[in-house]
Design a protein around this ligand. Structure first.
Ligand code: ADP
Ligand code: ADP
Length: 221
């Protein structure tokens, strides 16, 4: 999917969180959303995912208002992740997959594929609370992509992982791009920005202060 925001403004009581933010994310690319804490990244993500409404400005997906897009065509991995600790991992993953619109049969088939791919089949019948933070993140990552959404929004998807598992997730992100998915990646990890992102926007104090192709920006700075 091709995503564009046009002059998005969001004001909280006494704080301007987004000041005329326009970004453009071509289909099949990875877009890095960068900036210090409090810059407005989460607010922008919440507006794109339609959790929050903007005060003014628009979000366009494939040339139409974002409200025309089915929410299940957006996969959102929030930074704060919660799984039900007392549920079994497989049950939890099945529940989330069906919540995202998959039939029981499709959910099960897809989960088998993903659990094998991430080498976590042994955990299927264990309780969520027995999983490490990284393991839980793998389950959440699976739940974000399992219904094959065209737009993925990943907020700090590599945090909480050791380097080996962070690389496994990075490779998955690259594979999803190859499949033509459009990916917005919010991260503080500059190394992953350089290796993964096609374009970036740097947000500071509610405004886009720099936007463009990663190679062009590197040449100029
Ligand atoms: P981040 O880790 O992305 O910087 P924050 O810690 O700033 O996020 O915010 C975490 C959550 O709390 C967000 O969902 C945000 O909407 C909410 N939040 C942040 N600041 C405030 C605030 N001043 N009043 C109410 N909610 C807030
Ligand atoms: P980032 O994700 O870049 O850290 P956020 O979008 O979470 O930034 O927050 C941008 C600013 O808006 C911060 O100053 C934050 O405290 C404030 N903010 C975020 N959510 C709320 C909210 N629900 N109510 C009031 N202020 C908020």
């Amino acid at each position: 999917m091709y995503l564009k925001t046009n002059n998005v403004v969001k004001q909280y009581a006494n704080h301007l969180a987004l000041n005329k933010v326009s970004i453009e994310v071509p289909k099949g690319t990875i877009f890095g959303l960068l900036g210090p804490n409090g810059a407005g990244k989460t607010t922008l993500i919440r507006i794109i995912t339609r959790i929050t409404a903007p005060d003014s400005g628009e979000v366009w997906i494939d040339g139409r208002p974002a409200s025309d897009t089915n929410v299940t065509d957006i996969g959102y991995l929030p930074e704060e992740r919660g799984l039900y600790k007392k549920m079994k991992v497989g049950e939890q993953a099945m529940y989330l997959a069906q919540l995202r619109g998959l039939s029981r049969q499709d959910a099960h088939r897809q989960l088998m594929i993903w659990f094998k791919r991430f080498d976590i089949m042994d955990w299927y019948n264990r309780k969520v609370e027995e999983l490490s933070k990284g393991m839980q993140q793998k389950v959440q990552f699976i739940s974000t992509v399992i219904h094959n959404p065209g737009l993925l929004i990943l907020d700090e998807p590599f945090s909480g992982f050791d380097p080996v598992n962070a690389d496994i997730i990075k490779n998955e992100v690259l594979r999803l791009r190859e499949q033509g998915k459009t990916i917005i990646l919010s991260t503080h990890n500059m190394e992953s920005v350089e290796t993964l992102c096609d374009n970036i926007a740097l947000i500071n104090k509610a405004q886009v202060v720099l936007q463009g192709n990663v190679f062009d920006i590197r040449k100029q700075h």
